[in-house]
Design a protein around this ligand. Structure first.
Ligand code: NAP
Length: 311
């Protein structure tokens, strides 16, 4: 029998990925949507989660595709109503909210799945296997994209809890923390915040190893990129392996040779995994990428830059 699912927050990612991936996965049936301004033809629609819960529509689980700032309240409400919950990335605006959400799901004995879509491709699985047991001495994350292109009109990204350029940057951190054989810590960071924003548009992070051994580990996120969009990760190991992941981590090069060009099926894999978690009654709530972003904010030297104007 298919899991009856409702999507909450029918915006860009819900329409681009969640609706099509749920529709083609026979383990799920999309039974309703919750959104204040949007709906899907022929499907029961509610303007709030409370209205869905009070309705006669039977639901097993919800996919929360709203911005992170409203997720804890929504997840709590869904868990209290006996629903299992899948959440978009970043899970919550703060680590405190994430810990509260995880604890509440445990208390209510419900499945909570904090998705990190950038972790799901075969190139990253291969990279993780190749890095096993090695010491990473150099890391360069270059995540540079045009905010106008990927977040048109999304004012929430500039509000507190909207993450700014950490919204895509956390994708890079989710990929890197999947493949690295050892944990990564923030040493220092600098953030550039437009005068009319509460969140950064440019970030530079210097990381360190936990054992204090010398290493050159850095990340740069920028939302002011024009032309070519860059989502790349370069790594070098103590025994001389050089690895490069391009195209958001889906194309893997080792010592200059192409190893794998993975098919992009992130959300297909997310829903396949959610079905497995529901069957096993297990949660998946890794907070490591969020922890790194929180630490980068905590250790940041801030700089106010020119006001940002949308195209
Ligand atoms: P979006 O287009 O702004 O969609 C979010 C939807 O949530 C809005 O359409 C809105 O629908 C609802 N919403 C917004 N503010 C709300 C509030 N205060 N209370 C209740 N509902 C609210 O944003 P998005 O790009 O889909 O991103 C949503 C999440 O997915 C983010 O966490 C983002 O990082 C993640 N994500 C986005 C992408 C992407 O390509 N854009 C990719 C992967 C992951 P109504 O106004 O109809 O309620």
């Amino acid at each position: 029998m298919a899991y009856k699912i409702a999507i909450v927050g029918l915006g860009k990612i819900a329409m681009d990925q969640h609706v099509p991936c749920i529709t083609k996965n026979r383990k799920f049936k999309l039974v309703a949507t919750v959104s204040r301004h949007a709906s899907l033809p022929g499907l029961p629609h509610f303007s709030s989660l409370s209205d869905l819960i009070a309705s006669k529509v039977k639901v097993d689980c919800v996919a929360l595709c709203t911005p992170p700032s409203v997720r804890l309240a929504m997840a709590t409400q869904a868990l209290d109503a006996g629903l299992d919950v899948l959440i978009e990335k970043p899970p919550t605006p703060t680590l405190g909210e994430m810990l509260a959400m995880v604890a509440h799901a445990k208390k209510k004995k419900r499945v909570l799945y904090a998705t990190w879509h950038s972790r799901y491709n075969d190139a990253l699985d291969k990279a993780k296997a190749l890095l096993k047991g090695k010491t990473v001495t150099r890391l360069r994350i270059n995540w540079k994209e045009d905010v106008n292109k990927w977040h048109p009109g999304q004012e929430w990204i500039a509000q507190p809890g909207g993450f700014g350029v950490f919204d895509p940057g956390i994708n890079a951190l989710s990929a890197v923390t999947k493949i690295l054989p050892e944990p990564l810590y923030v040493e220092r960071s600098s953030i550039e915040v437009p005068e009319n924003w509460s969140t950064p548009i440019g970030v530079h992070i210097t990381f360190k190893r936990g054992d204090g051994a010398p290493a050159d580990l850095q990340a740069e996120f920028d939302w002011r990129q024009r032309g070519e969009q860059i989502w790349e990760i370069e790594l070098a190991t103590a025994d001389g392996m050089e690895m490069k992941l391009t195209q958001g981590g889906s194309v893997l090069w080792v010592n200059g040779k192409l190893v794998i060009e993975a098919k992009l099926e992130e959300y297909e894999q997310i829903y396949a995994k959610f079905a497995n978690l529901l069957k096993a009654r297990k949660s998946d709530t890794d907070a490591t990428p969020l922890q790194l972003v929180c630490d980068a904010f905590m250790l940041a030297k801030p700089k106010v830059v020119a006001p940002f104007k949308w195209d």
